[in-house]
Design a protein around this ligand. Structure first.
Ligand code: MSP
Length: 520
């Protein structure tokens, strides 16, 4: 039978294979993982892609220093990224490496197509080049930056090259139209405005081939000594990976997550290339901001760099899910940077996870064990009071709110919407005081209703929280005696009131998030 499920394709940037994974890579990949998990839970046919960008000239130098071939060096480092993401519970469906033949062959075919259509032509280029970033800086910008790299501060050099060019200038109007007609194409709004302003300044054709890479890279069709510029090669990964008969259903990508550092390539060059290739453009390019650490830009010399080792210490102390929660709720999704500060990690952990969710789960399950021997009581039918109605209506609204927030990539707000329901359970407990009802045998029916409402609302909230903290929610489901097969997710159905069966066995379990007092 033909599948009628919606497809959902989410990507991260492919990371420079020379780097060691750090908080920045982990953040974007975790966000993509949360979106992928949510969409699986919602029943979509999901494809989640991450990978490594391997053809930078720096790879050749770094490999030579270690007496390795570029390929050997890339193999070693790509394996580190893969192992890291696996350890962090990332559920990517594929891992693309740009040195793989499946990628290279398709890139060559696309470039040939563009040469044929006249979108790529041969010419000569002279400009200000930033060797540390491997990119040209436009003349007006070069002057503005005093002929220094805006990223590293190292001097720009004047460079002349015989080159192949991509006819970007021909796409100015179509790009403006795309961004105007499809506002979610570039988000958040501030980044969208930035891109619009820069396109309106005018677009120049861009050189897309390089010499002197020692053969590392994808050979430029029609040239004996040039390779395809690494950025062009890299951008195409999103398409090469799914440009097969089985996977083409995923194109165009639904959400492409990036950070502000690579906005220009993704919001201008990339869609222009797709237009030239006659392919659809992605629905949503979301450009988040940066993590800084302890109030300052991360740097090795300041000692505030949040590298893998540091991330591991947080995972050990607080749990992987707690780190995911922190990234998801405190991360730089908007246009301002976020601070990875130790005290903030503890504060968020205690407020949201230990005191709200963990405490609520313990209270509710403890009371059912204590007052009903761990057997979930049946609620009284049709005898809802105002507090009960308010709680039921909060539980009824949560799934729709969470869904529409995820649709906008508002991950932090989606977390808050689900956690609000947990907090509503706490409020309901304060209002109804089940521990007092338990003392009065005549209030037994009321007590049963209250505890059923608490457990059922907590179960519904847990479904909204699962994409972010899946292991802890799995433990909570065990306490509540339910299980879900996420490969066939039915989020909205599962969130309907009444999913918990009276008579179900409820257990106490270990505290989900033990409170952290202080540790330094
Ligand atoms: N290889 C290119 C991307 C090619 S995509 C076709 C590249 N790689 S990178 O390794 O430098 O990764 C950049 C991405 O890592 C950012 O866009 C962002 O997703 C993530 N981050 C790197 N540092 C970051 C922070 N300090 N904070 C948040 N995310 C950051 O550019």
């Amino acid at each position: 039978m033909a599948s009628t499920r919606s497809t959902f394709y989410v990507t991260t940037p492919i990371y420079y294979v020379n780097d060691r994974p750090h908080i920045g890579h982990v953040y974007t990949t975790t966000l993509a993982d949360i979106l992928a998990r949510f969409h699986r839970l919602r029943g979509d046919d999901v494809f989640f892609l991450t990978g490594t960008d391997e053809h930078a000239a720096k790879v050749v130098d770094a490999a030579a220093q270690r007496q390795l071939s570029p390929q050997q060096w890339a193999d070693q480092n790509a394996a580190v990224f893969q192992a890291t993401f696996e350890k962090l519970g990332i559920t990517n469906d594929d891992f693309i490496r740009t040195s793989q033949p499946r990628h290279k062959d398709k890139v060559v075919a696309y470039i040939q197509q563009l040469i044929k259509s006249g979108d790529i032509y041969q010419g000569e280029y002279e400009g200000w080049y930033d060797p540390s970033q491997e990119e040209y800086v436009p003349a007006n910008k070069a002057k503005e930056y005093d002929y220094k790299s805006p990223i590293t501060g190292r001097p720009l050099v004047k460079k002349t090259e015989k080159n192949f060019f991509f006819r970007l200038s021909a796409y100015q109007d179509r790009l403006l139209k795309l961004i105007a007609e499809q506002p979610e194409f570039v988000q958040p709004e501030s980044r969208r405005n930035e891109v619009l302003a820069r396109i309106r300044e005018g677009l120049n054709d861009v050189p897309i081939s390089r010499t002197g890479t020692g053969g590392w890279g994808i050979s430029m069709p029609g040239s004996t000594d040039q390779t395809i510029y690494v950025w062009i090669d890299a951008l195409l990964n999103y398409l090469t990976t799914v440009d097969t008969p089985e996977r083409l259903k995923y194109w165009p990508a639904n959400v492409q997550l990036i950070a502000k550092d690579i906005l220009w390539f993704h919001a201008v060059i990339w869609p222009a290339m797709l237009l030239a290739l006659g392919r659809e453009t992605p629905r949503h390019v979301y450009s988040h901001s940066f993590w800084i650490a302890e109030g300052q830009k991360m740097s090795k010399s300041l000692g505030n760099f949040v590298d893998l080792e540091k991330i591991d210490t947080y995972v050990e102390q607080f749990s992987l899910d707690a780190v995911r929660w922190f990234l998801a709720t405190q991360g730089p999704l908007g246009s301002t940077d976020s601070d990875f500060a130790h005290d903030k990690v503890i504060e968020v952990y205690n407020n949201d996870l230990a005191n709200a969710l963990g405490n609520c789960a313990s209270r509710v399950t403890n009371m059912i064990v204590k007052y009903f021997d761990g057997v979930l009581p049946a609620p009284a039918i049709g005898r809802d009071d105002a507090e009960g109605r308010a709680l039921r209506s909060a539980a009824g609204e949560m799934p729709g709110r969470v869904d529409s927030l995820y649709d906008k990539v508002a991950v932090g707000a989606a977390c808050a919407a689900a956690m609000d329901l947990v907090r509503a359970v706490d409020t309901y407990i304060e209002q109804t005081q089940p521990f007092r009802l338990a003392k009065d045998p005549e209030k037994r029916e009321k007590l049963a209703t209250v505890l059923y409402y608490c457990a059922e609302s907590l179960r519904i909230a847990s479904l909204g929280l699962w994409p972010v903290i899946p292991a802890k929610i799995q433990a909570l489901w065990q306490m509540l005696g339910v299980s879900y097969d996420i490969r066939h997710g039915l989020f909205h159905d599962w969130c309907l009131w009444g999913g918990l069966e009276p008579g179900a066995k409820i257990t106490k379990g270990e505290p989900l998030f033990p409170r952290v007092v202080t540790d330094r």
